[in-house]
Design a protein around this ligand. Sequence first.
Ligand code: NAP
Length: 238
Amino acid sequence: MKNILIIGGAKGIGQAMAQCYLNQGHQLISTSRQYKHCDLKQNHLYCDLNQQESIATAFELIRAKFKHIDVLINCAAVLHTDHYQPEKSLKRVKQDHLIHNYQVNAIGHLLVLNHAEKLLSRAKQAVAVSISARIGSIEDNHLGGWYAYRMSKAALNMGIKTLSIEWHRKHPHIQFILLHPGTTDTALSKPFQKRLPQGQLQTADETAAMMIEQIEKNQQHSHKEALFLDYAGQTIPW
Ligand SMILES: NC(=O)c1ccc[n+]([C@@H]2O[C@H](COP(=O)([O-])OP(=O)(O)OC[C@H]3O[C@@H](n4cnc5c(N)ncnc54)[C@H](OP(=O)(O)O)[C@@H]3O)[C@@H](O)[C@H]2O)c1
């Protein structure tokens, strides 16, 4: 039985992954802004990546109950809100939207890992997964658009790759993976599903099963640097 921590485990892909791990009999700890109060019995913790203090509080509670984490999966990201949509052109780019995307999609992931270092280092073999997106690949960018989301995912990739090099020296048993889930039917992708070619939209359950397979395949390795993979295990260029 592994200790699995999912940041953003109450919605979309995170929720589907949480259910898979529960079905496999693992110990699950899940965070969400929907959990208004921390419920330690259920391992449900409030955590808002926009608020440093809430990350610190969630981890204080986790450390009080658990000695180690085997698998940390950070699913948190924002693409659109009630107040803004992804930008098709520079004219639509707004400073506060950029900052919000960076805060949740990139900075928040690094802050979480800072708090998780001891817990991951105490596992025999640990894996730290950040759900990224192919759109964060600089080399693969032939479409343009979606500035804030695209830039924040590229920043996430750079942050995680940099951390993987730093920690490889002291914690070679922690593997980092940036995973692209593929287009999945969730609230995040809902407004952009109309023009998708038939058969390209995965359910959250399908995505979760494929991602867990990739995590298991790569967990045993001790790659010096983070991997950037899609749901089928194909390497994505940086
Ligand atoms: N769906 C796709 O087609 C697709 C494609 C490529 C990449 N992805 C990536 O897959 C991951 C999961 O997305 P999804 O499709 O499952 O979308 P979703 O259903 O909208 O879930 C978004 C997740 O982000 C969390 N989140 C948002 N703002 C947060 C904040 N301030 N603090 C903490 N958590 C926050 C939400 O948690 P709360 O419960 O707190 O709201 C939720 O768990 C994201 O990283 C996304 O970029 C998705």
